[in-house]
Design a protein around this ligand. Sequence first.
Ligand SMILES: Cc1cc2nc3c(=O)[nH]c(=O)nc-3n(C[C@H](O)[C@H](O)[C@H](O)COP(=O)(O)O)c2cc1C
Length: 334
Amino acid sequence: MPASSAYGDNRFAVAPMIDWTDRHCRTLHRQFTRHALLYTEMVVADAAIYGDRERILGFADAEQPVALQLGGSDAAKLAEAARIGEAMGYVEINLNVGCPSDRVQSGTFGACLMKTPDIVTEAVAAMKRSVSIPVTVKCRIGVDDQDTETALDDIAKGVFGAGADALWVHARKAWLKGLSPKENRDIPPLDYDRVYRLKRHYMNQFIGINGGIQTVSEGLEHLNHVDGVMLGRAVYHNPMMLSEVDQALYRSETTPASIDAIIDYMCDYADAHIASGGRLSHVARHMVGLFHGAAGARRWRQILSTEANQIGANSDVIRRAYEAVQSAAAEKAA
Ligand SMILES: Cc1cc2nc3c(=O)[nH]c(=O)nc-3n(C[C@H](O)[C@H](O)[C@H](O)COP(=O)(O)O)c2cc1C
């Protein structure tokens, strides 16, 4: 396994995903793993500074360790947003240099920053000066017609020179014109070797890999070449895979919580959220993938996606859906 840096033992992370990795999603994911690093959705620096702080940045201790991902390009604003994030209790601040959406491009941040490594370097340096927690960057291997050898080297040189504690690389280019953000997560080909090469060049820095990794065991393979693996969609659509992480990657001897206990926890959590003015669907929508591939999965999805949206819905919906899964499993076993 490659040498790790002072960044610590963040060998497994759940990727930042807008609209998906909110606090409810992270609460669910945390039930399956004590160790994985969980990322927030990207929060634009202005929103962190001027927005409703509790709504945008609030989270519970039980979700920790949680890293805050920021979007922006103005070094002073990013430094201020990072300071706010540190004060709110996040364990790391990450800068988004990989998101290709139009909205993001017009604000000159996200993936288009791959073209301006100096701006990224300046931003990282400013954030490092303003906080004492790790500052990291998540980038692509390049954009558009960039040469991925020089584009990624330039970013890495700049951010490590500015003191970044880790670089997470989504191992494909983003094509800023002509592809939707969704297509940009699938169509540009993956190039894991490019990230492995970067790691060989930076033996003493933490380099993590992201993109297209489907299982925890695939993740383990990557750890022969890099320091960390970050999974996004595969985990979101099948959160139960996280129950393998602590034992497989962190050599934990603690037995993962049972699914019964996790359902109970999430029911209590959902009812507390409803009691404070929220809706069941805010929590239940992240649970739809829970029984991925198991008997009763379809019924589970159906009940959650139709009934959780109804006015007055509470955790009874989750319990009813879980009973359907249990009876499907019993029928299959009989
Ligand atoms: C719904 C969705 C939202 C995303 N939002 C972000 C984001 O806020 N910041 C970011 O850096 N990447 C974002 N991404 C990209 C993921 O972090 C990740 O790089 C990408 O999905 C590739 O990893 P995967 O193949 O494991 O999903 C998003 C991806 C999805 C599917």
